[in-house]
Design a protein around this ligand. Sequence first.
Ligand SMILES: Cc1cc2nc3c(=O)[nH]c(=O)nc-3n(C[C@H](O)[C@H](O)[C@H](O)COP(=O)(O)OP(=O)(O)OC[C@H]3O[C@@H](n4cnc5c(N)ncnc54)[C@H](O)[C@@H]3O)c2cc1C
Length: 286
Amino acid sequence: MSWYAPRHLDEALALLAEHPGLIPIAGGTDVMVDGNAGAAGREYLSLAGVAGLRGVRETPAGLVIGALTTMTEIGRHPLVCRDLPALAASARATGAVAIQNRATLGGNIMNASPAADNPPVLLAYGALVVLMSAAGPRRVPYARFHSGYKETGRRPGEILGEILVPFPPLRAHHYFRKVGTRRAQSISKVGLAALLAGRPGAWECVRFGFASIAATPILACALAATITDTDHGLPRDEELAEALGRDIAARDDIRSTADYRRRVAMNLVREALAPWRLQGGFDASN
Ligand SMILES: Cc1cc2nc3c(=O)[nH]c(=O)nc-3n(C[C@H](O)[C@H](O)[C@H](O)COP(=O)(O)OP(=O)(O)OC[C@H]3O[C@@H](n4cnc5c(N)ncnc54)[C@H](O)[C@@H]3O)c2cc1C
């Protein structure tokens, strides 16, 4: 086995340009499991020591999160807790403490599991991913990044360097809920993240990101359109369920059934929209 451990980004990108087959490894919590399952690669590029790929910083447009930032760092970071509380919540719901100490946001995205906890939140927040290579950086809207089951738009020679998350509207409802068999160390049966701002007839933002109901993490676009196209109040539950049915491609698998997933997904949508049913709107000051 060959193991490259560069210290600088330029060095890492040059190595990858020279050896495009190198497997990037960040926290290793997925890569090592793949190895134990017999899918070990032969040549690895450890990103763990590369300076500048870790941490959270504020820009005028939003927060920039280094791909090597761990779940523990994200779950506790004051800027993330202030501006992106749903991401802080999803980081704290990823695995358990030992996993959170190693698992990175970049690894969670690049592993491309449809059941991963943080991708639905990044979809709801309208994030962009920054792919870096010897040719320079490339920005891709995260909603267009997953191309199929466990597939991404990463090109040879690229690593995921940063995730850009625009500031959400000031008075927004940030929702995250993971449904699994237990509170920790559980893979989701259904996960929903939502960012909702405005009111019927004057929505500022309506985005629902789901885990575990299709081959990739998905944005529920038909559901969002049904809500924004309804001028007076919220659509009826049957209309919401019909729209959601067009977005999701739930399947039976070892963790759950398609029928359970459809029902729970709809329950989560109802829960996310509850502030508009109960009070006629969401008051962020409450
Ligand atoms: C016991 C256990 C429990 C878990 N529970 C959960 C859970 O509840 N929720 C959940 O979502 N996940 C869970 N996971 C999965 C895993 O911990 C996460 O997906 C984690 O975020 C992966 O990050 P990592 O840094 O360890 O990635 P790694 O294992 O290092 O890499 C994962 C993949 O991404 C690629 N990669 C990593 N970083 C980059 C980069 N910067 N650029 C390009 N490619 C890159 C690697 O080549 C590999 O294909 C669990 C895993 C274990 C072992």
